[in-house]
Design a protein around this ligand. Sequence first.
Ligand SMILES: [Zn+2]
Length: 138
Amino acid sequence: METMPDPKPLRTDAVLPVEGRVVLLGSRCRECGQVLFPRYATCLACDGASVEALEFAGTATLVSWTRVHMPTMRMQAPFDAGYVRLTEGPLIYAPVRAAPAAPFRVDLPMRVVPLMLGEGDDAVCGYQFAASSEGPHA
Ligand SMILES: [Zn+2]
């Protein structure tokens, strides 16, 4: 059986598509411990240059959300977007998805899932956060 190649990432410094999943990429400062999303060459907190690569676990909790009614370059409206707090610390903005058994609420457990954007040769793999009770990976 042939396997599908992994899709192109939306941003190579932030997203690693692998075998139907998506891994978020970041950095950790060896000097002050600051964790950053996405990858950075220097620390935004202390300006230190000793920064190591990090792969996030992909778990987060929901901080805030809203319904977006304006389309973006790659997304049709309406869609839900919000801020999630990664388990490792960074607060990031992303499309978010609730589930029938897990409506949006503050601190809702979420996990990162792939979000394909565009079609054909222009398609890239981005990310969104889904309620972690949703689907077979709960
Ligand atoms: Zn630092």
